[in-house]
Each structure stands twice: as C-alpha cells, then as structure tokens.
Design a protein around this ligand. Structure first.
Ligand code: GDP
Length: 295
C-alpha cells in the first residue's frame, strides 16, 4: 500500500516544526509530493504544475508550522484549492423548459446510453419528473435495443423510429410527441464513435441547432485519462456544452481527469457514474473528488 498524501505531508511537516513560517526551501519537498500525487491521479502535467505554484503562493508565509498538525493544515489548503478549481459547489441542470431538453454527447463506449437511463431514473424517482428517452443512435440497432431495455427497467418510455436514419428529424418528432403526452423532460441519446470525427460532430451540431436543448451533457469515461481531456476540448469547441458527466468512477482511477477537464474547458462536472446499475449515479461533489484525487 502507498502511504497516502495526507500521511506523507503530516510526516514531512513534523520534521519542519519549530522552524517558524513556511519558506520557499522547506516547502519545496512538500510541493513535489503534492505534484506527484496529482500526476499519479492522472492530472495533466501542466495543470499539476500551475496548481502547485498556486498552492505555494498560498502556503508561503502562512503560519502553518505553529499549528498542532501542520501537515493536515497544508492538506486542507491543497484540498480547498482543488475543490475550488473544480467549481467549489455542485452544479444543477436546467429543468425549466417545457419540456426540458437534455442532449447527450460523447464517444461510443463512454457510457452515454447507460447514463441517459440513469438520469431518467433519477429525475423520475427523486424529482417526480416524467421523462421521455429518445434513441438517437441510428447507426447501431443494438444501441436502440439497449435504451429500450433500460427504459423498461425504470418504467420510462423510449421514443424510437426504426428505419429512420435522420436523427434530427427523430429528435424533433420526439419532442412533439413528448409535448402531446405531457412529458416534462426529454433526454436524447446520440450516436458516438470511437474517435472524434467530422460526421459525428456535424450530426450532433445539427441536432443542437434543431432542438435548442436546455442542457448538453458531455459524457466521458474517467478511465481514459489524458484522452478524456482532449476529447472534452474537441466536443466543447464544437458544441459549447453545458456540463460534463464523468463515468466509471467505480474503476481504480483516482479521477484526475475531473481536474484536468474542468481546467481545460471551464465547464462544470455535473454528475458522476459509479457503476453499471441504473442507480449508480451521483451529483458531482468537488470536495469529495479533491479527497479522492489526493488519496
Ligand atoms: P455509449 O456507447 O456511450 O452509449 O456507452 P454505454 O452506455 O453502452 O456504456 C458502455 C459500457 O460501459 C457498458 O458496458 C456499460 O455498462 C458501462 N458503463 C457505463 N457507465 C458505467 C459506470 O459508471 N461504471 C462502470 N463500471 N461501467 C459503466
């Protein structure tokens, strides 16, 4: 087992106790420790550097060494700063539309379809909403079936138009149908590909233009590390999405992608996926993620 960062810092600060204020020299080792923890958590190198520079500014001159547990105080400074960088507080989704339209975007395999089901379930059970799921991945019949199965499990209807290869038209018809049937939320699952490509981007941009969604949620697999950041940037450049969904946090990743994505696209992470089951969804909490990243 690795010693976690809190314990490591506690130990190194005990050695510094009695030296008065933190100085450039005695903080260097600590900052190296913090940077290593961030890199271990798969935080982008540049972001880790900027972050530790900021922490250094904050820590220098602070009288942490006179505290009973200087290491813990230092860890607190670091965690607060991390949480702040990840948005400080949890972010809501816009449910003010009638119906509210939520468009899902992301690569194939990121967990879009699963998350669409999870979100519909959450809105139905916890918020008393009446969602309609829309199968917009017209290229993979398996994806349509998958959404239908999910819908059945949670008792949420799924709008499909088998044979129709135009996702823009499907989305428009689904919204009309949702209005007719009194649904207050429409969640549109879209096609993803294994890598960012022009056709996928054109298609989802066209859906965005046609339906003017309240929320575009970009879904990304937290296990994909640095790739997650590049993909987020490409999707954001094209779609200007509203928030990020970080899936597969039940895996062994420390979740550094959360910090990197947030820093690069400056959009809030709104939800996390923590398993394959339909209730494995959580609102994103920056402070919890800071704890996880630092270990
Ligand atoms: P899509 O291609 O983006 O629609 O991705 P899917 O929703 O089909 O998910 C791809 C795979 O990841 C499936 O096997 C899901 O069960 C799995 N998956 C999705 N979300 C999570 C999660 O939060 N944790 C875990 N462990 N698996 C997930």
């Amino acid at each position: 087992m690795f010693e976690n960062l809190s314990d490591r810092l506690e130990r190194s600060f005990q050695l510094l106790k009695g030296q008065g204020k933190i100085t450039e020299i005695n903080v260097a080792e600590t900052l190296k420790d913090i940077r290593r923890a961030l890199l271990d958590a798969d935080v982008n190198f540049k972001i880790a550097k900027t972050f530790t520079d900021d922490v250094k500014e904050k820590a220098l001159g602070q009288n942490v060494l006179t505290s009973v547990k200087p290491g813990q105080l230092m860890v607190k400074i670091v965690k607060d700063e991390l949480a702040e960088l990840m948005g400080g507080t949890s972010a809501d989704i816009d449910l003010t539309g009638s119906p509210s339209i939520i468009l899902m975007a992301g690569l194939q395999g990121s967990g879009k379809t699963t998350f669409s089901g999870k979100l519909a379930n959450l809105l139905k059970r916890k918020k008393g909403r009446h969602p309609l799921l829309v199968a917009g991945d017209v290229y993979r019949p398996a994806a349509i079936d998958q959404l239908k199965v999910l819908g059945e499990q949670i008792g949420v209807p799924v709008y499909t138009e088998e044979g129709n290869m135009d996702p823009v038209k499907i989305a428009q018809s689904a919204i009309k149908e949702a209005k007719r049937q009194g649904h207050d939320v429409v969640i549109i699952d879209t096609a993803g590909r294994l890598a960012v490509d022009e056709q996928m981007m054109k298609e989802i941009s066209a859906i965005k233009k046609a339906v003017n969604p309240n929320e575009i949620l970009f879904v990304v697999d937290s296990m994909t590390g640095q790739d997650a950041v590049n993909t987020a940037k490409e999707f954001n450049d094209r779609l200007d999405f509203n928030g990020v969904v970080l899936t597969k946090l039940d895996g062994d990743t420390r979740g550094g992608a959360a910090l990197s994505i947030r820093s690069v696209v400056t959009k809030p992470i709104k939800f996390v996926g923590t398993g394959e089951k339909l209730d494995a969804i959580d609102v994103f909490h920056p402070t919890r993620m800071a704890d996880r990243i630092l270990g």
